[in-house]
Design a protein around this ligand. Structure first.
Ligand code: ATP
Ligand code: MG
Length: 411
């Protein structure tokens, strides 16, 4: 048994995961129910059969917009009606819903999320108009909760998708979101703070753009943003420090060790100044950037922070590493995060691994599966080729996706 496994067992890591998942009118599924019977669930099927959609549904049980960062409207089921020769493509009249029974140690919970359609009467120039608007609702143990961030107390998931193969090469936004999701697991308030910051930032930006020079109003928003921003920056710094220290003390034997670095103005200020001073400086920084907004520039601050990853042994920035290396670096980060959560929070996150073995050689693939098994967490893994997982025969549940349904099979 490795040191890590010993650490985890000695700390009595609790098992957590989904014990029943039900989808209605979600993407290609009119109705789908999955009851996992093993920790590792291999979801396999042809391209376009609906594998990623299942992972996306689980990701939507955590705060945020899920692994596709989808719009509510895109999720509603579109289907084909061959009897209607004029308009065979239809959108379901029903709203989509995802519900799940989940467990954390000996405790069971019911959580769910859905889209709800509401009617609003809007005053127009000469009349009153009825408009429909949709919003996402969240239920925990049958009770509606006001904020999605609440979900973070009951379920935690991290994911790797083929789109993330480009994470190190493109703009900073997806990297920032990736980092923020790692923070959510350790700081339940982080998701709420980010949402509030975004809300104030949009209002501030809009006021400046439309030329509403209400100094009191703008200063109030700057004060709110500075105080939230410093808390956000501090939580990011803490998470990076936690992961770096963890990786340093327990280097992985197969996946490359990484060094993580934050590159953000506010985060850097926290290197040398106490938080209260950084708050003042951030407020001044926002004030001085009002003119940048007029020039259509986004303001510097926690909304521009970048997250850098280095391949430690090679001293190479991730963006210069090969495709397979970049995948391995991401796996390293995800494994370190899962282990950290197991050690410090008492339970590991659910892993959602979409086509994760595509770029891995045989040795790395088997090592990854072994590490997931040791971790004991629930892992949902998609593939077009279940044969690649034959070493898990008898230990994993194999679900074949076909014709918008799933079938349990033996590999
Ligand atoms: N709102 C929707 N309603 C109905 N079908 C949808 C909707 N959104 C996406 N789909 C369809 O769902 C199908 C399954 O998509 P999904 O991404 O889950 O496939 P996959 O099995 O992961 O495929 P691949 O192996 O190519 O990754 C696709 O054909 C897609 O067009
Ligand atoms: Mg897919």
């Amino acid at each position: 048994m490795t040191n890590l496994a010993q650490d985890i067992f000695s700390l009595n890591c609790e098992k957590s995961g989904v014990s029943r998942l039900t989808l209605t009118d979600f993407r290609n599924y009119q109705f789908l129910r999955i009851c996992p019977t093993a920790n590792i669930i291999i979801v396999f099927g042809e391209n376009g059969s609906g594998k990623t959609n299942i992972l996306e549904a689980i990701s939507l049980l955590t705060p945020g917009r899920g692994l596709r960062n989808a719009k509510l409207a895109d999720i509603k089921r579109i289907f084909f009606d061959p009897d209607d020769e004029y308009k065979p493509e239809k959108i379901s009249l029903f709203n989509w819903a995802i519900s799940a029974e989940i467990y954390q140690g000996n405790d069971d919970f019911k959580i769910g999320t859905a889209v709800e359609r509401n009617i609003k009467n809007v005053l127009t120039d000469d009349d009153e108009d009825t408009r429909y608007f949709e919003r996402r609702i969240v239920k925990i143990n049958e009770n509606k909760v006001s904020s999605q961030a609440e979900l973070g107390k009951y379920i935690s998931a991290i994911w790797l998708t083929p789109q993330m193969d480009r994470l190190f090469r493109g703009g900073s936004q997806p990297r920032r979101s990736f980092l923020d999701r790692l923070v959510f697991a350790f700081d339940n308030e982080h998701a709420k703070r980010l949402l509030n910051f975004e809300h104030y930032y949009k209002e501030w930006y809009k006021l400046i753009r439309i030329g509403k020079n209400d100094n009191l109003w703008l200063s109030g928003l700057e004060e709110n943003m500075a105080s939230l921003g410093v808390a956000i920056a501090a939580a990011r710094r803490e998470q990076i420090a936690r992961l770096n220290a963890f990786i340093e003390s327990r280097p992985d034997d197969v996946f490359p060790n990484v060094v993580l670095e934050l590159n953000g103005t506010v985060e850097k200020m926290l290197d040398t100044l106490p938080a209260v001073d950084v708050e003042d400086k951030y407020k001044q920084l926002l004030f001085s950037q009002r003119k940048n907004v007029l020039l259509h520039e986004s303001a510097d601050g926690i909304n521009r922070t970048d997250f850098k990853v280095y391949y430690k042994k090679k001293r190479m920035p991730a963006e210069l590493c090969s495709t397979g290396e970049q995948k391995s670096l991401l796996i390293s980060i995800i494994l370190a995060q899962a282990k950290c959560q197991a050690l410090f929070k008492g339970f590991a996150p659910i892993l959602l691994l979409d086509e994760v073995v595509a770029h891995l050689d045989d040795e790395k693939r088997e090592a990854l599966l072994l590490k997931i098994k040791e971790l004991g967490t629930q892992a949902w893994i998609t593939t077009t080729n279940p044969e690649l997982f034959s070493s898990l025969t008898g230990q994993a549940q194999f679900l074949k996706v076909e014709n918008n349904q799933i079938f349990e099979t033996i590999i």
